[in-house]
Design a protein around this ligand. Structure first.
Ligand code: C2G
Length: 143
């Protein structure tokens, strides 16, 4: 039983998230997702507060066929404890995390893999697109 672990906020769940989870699961038999809590997100530099609260994001992730367990991510430092507690063989992240010291140190304890990000989509892109659409809509209304 090969066990895989990944982390993220997974807000406004989109195709990039689903592809990451699908590829992560294909690397093993059991996928654990460390889901950033609202409090932890508040500590991430430059991260807006998520649209969906933790419980909503957790419920959405648990409904995805590739996900076997969702655990809270409350600190940057919990990863090694998670790897040991859940007997993780492989930690997987998107390539935007490639080489990050937040993950590289885990290589002494398990495999660490970075998978190419899905281009053209992101939570912030979705937010921007919806905002512009709303602005455009309002301009049409005022004309
Ligand atoms: N991702 C992706 N393609 C996208 C967007 C995201 O492959 N277009 C991947 C990210 O690389 C990450 C995962 O999907 O591996 C979750 O993305 P986020 O929710 O944005 O996670 P992030 O805010 O980077 O939090 O301790 C690690 C952090 O919790 C990761």
């Amino acid at each position: 039983m090969k066990r895989v672990l990944t982390y993220g906020t997974f807000d406004l769940l989109h195709w990039g998230h689903i592809r990451l989870l699908k590829r992560a699961k294909s690397l093993g038999d059991y996928l654990v997702v460390g889901l950033s809590t609202d409090g932890f997100n508040a500590q991430k530099p430059g991260k807006k507060s998520s649209y969906h609260v933790y419980e909503t994001r957790k419920t959405m992730l648990e409904s995805i066929r590739y996900v076997d367990l969702v655990i809270p991510e409350v600190t940057w430092e919990q990863k090694l404890a998670d790897v040991k507690k859940y007997s993780i063989d492989t930690v997987v992240m998107g390539s935007d995390w490639e080489g990050s010291e937040k993950f590289e140190y885990l290589k002494d304890y398990c495999e660490v893999l970075y998978l190419p990000r899905t281009e053209g989509t992101s939570t912030s892109q979705i937010r921007r697109d919806l905002l512009w659409e709303a602005i455009g809509y309002r301009e049409e209304e005022e004309q």
